[in-house]
Design a protein around this ligand. Structure first.
Ligand SMILES: *Cc1c(COP(=O)(O)O)cnc(C)c1O
Length: 391
């Protein structure tokens, strides 16, 4: 079934019965009763066979989980309370029976770096950072550190680099480690990492999948090998999404492919315009034929869909000039987050990468003149007009 069709149908109308709600209802109960104690005992013995407690499972979440499993072509999905909760649960699942060491991309979402350095490292799980676009370096890092988990983002934040997930999956599998891919920026419309050999794929559902700026959520879709452990990890510490947020996310997902298609097309137009503007320095965009990973992008992404994130430098600008530019924006929303229906701009040095020491930011190429634009579904000419006025 085509992804556009899946997005609209999967997960709804799950229970055959005399009347079937057209869309998955919000179920708020924290626990469940059965006609007999024997039935409840059976559910406790095999938690996937029925509902008994909301930390384990919830019917609204099950609808969303079935839907996202279909989109990512996985074995099963866990809906989490945030993207960060999902990442943490995925890493714990990956490492439970493996060496407690991680090899991670050196370009990651800011809070992911904090998770690795400030939470996992102090608990004895060190991370080795590597340029994932340098396959030789990835191979060496895996051989030298023998990690239990390799972690990367399909499209890196905010410089939009793209690693060869399939090749890295081969190396990771060869070393007995688990590959966890954060697919937030790409969405399953562009890339489905499990099809390329990853073991678990993570989303901040807050972004494109929910898409309307009104949900905080995360998702982990795993292969068969890791699914039971993932559910077990979740049953123990409960990083689960609430049923209201599940409902909103599911409602958002129905239009995600449509929105993403439009956002990708808008981003191409905006990026082309930015590249010709004398007040703009370097433009990072995945459709650029001069992109350092153009060959990998051509191989892994569908034709014409390159993502809807752009980052660019303002020529000769420091923090004060960037602030003044962003203050002049009238349409584009100056806010953290991305992937919403409305265009949004963020200043990485102040927001997503604020917690990194300036030297480390500089080393990663995140200069004080760099801004990140999440292109929305508005008319492209209105987005361009807003940028033009503010520049
Ligand atoms: C936002 C984001 C996260 C964290 O997700 P939350 O829902 O904010 O917890 C992780 N990875 C990427 C790439 C993100 O953009």
């Amino acid at each position: 079934m085509n992804i556009f069709t899946k997005a609209v149908h999967v997960g709804d109308r799950r229970k055959p019965g005399p009347h079937i709600p057209v869309t998955a209802p919000i179920t708020t109960a924290s626990s469940y009763v059965y006609e007999t104690m024997q039935q409840l005992d059976d559910v406790f013995a095999a938690p996937d066979s029925g509902y008994c407690y909301a930390r384990y499972d919830n019917p609204t979440n099950s609808g969303l989980e079935e839907l996202v499993t279909a989109l990512e072509n996985g074995h099963g999905t866990l809906a989490c309370s945030s993207g960060m909760a999902a990442l943490n649960a995925a890493i714990q699942t990956a490492l439970l029976d493996r060496p407690k060491r991680i090899v991670a991309a050196n370009a990651l979402y800011g809070a992911t770096i904090s998770l690795l350095d400030k939470l996992l490292d102090p608990f004895g799980v060190p991370t080795t950072y590597v340029d994932i676009c340098d396959l030789g370096a990835v191979e060496r890092a895996i051989a030298e550190t023998k990690p239990g988990c390799v972690l990367l983002e399909t499209i890196s934040n905010p410089l939009l680099r793209v690693g060869a997930i399939d090749r890295i999956a081969e190396m990771t599998r060869g070393a007995g480690a688990a590959l966890v891919v954060d697919n937030t920026f790409a969405t399953p419309l562009l890339v489905r990492p499990l099809e390329l050999g990853a073991h678990m794929v993570v989303h901040s559902a807050t972004k494109y999948l929910a898409g309307h700026g009104d949900v905080l959520g995360g998702l982990i879709t795993s292969d068969q090998e890791h699914y039971a452990v993932l559910r077990q990890v979740s049953r123990i510490y409960g990083p689960v999404l609430g049923p209201f947020e599940s409902y909103l996310t599911m409602r958002g997902v129905k239009t995600f492919a449509l929105r993403m298609e439009r956002q990708c097309a808008n981003a191409c137009r905006v990026a082309s315009w930015l590249a010709t503007n004398p007040k703009v320095g370097k433009v990072n965009f995945t459709a650029d034929s001069a992109h350092p990973d153009a060959a990998t992008i051509a191989r892994l992404f569908p034709k014409g869909l390159y993502g809807a994130m752009i980052s660019f430098e303002l020529r000769d600008a420091g923090r004060a000039e960037v602030f003044a530019f962003m203050d002049r924006l009238k349409l584009i929303v100056r806010a953290t987050s991305l992937g919403d229906v409305h265009s949004m701009m963020l200043y990485p040095a102040m927001a997503s990468h604020r917690d990194l020491p300036p030297k480390q930011r500089e080393r990663l190429g995140i200069r004080d003149s760099l801004v990140r634009l999440s292109v929305g579904i508005e008319a492209a000419e209105d987005i361009i007009e807003d940028l033009d006025r503010a520049l």
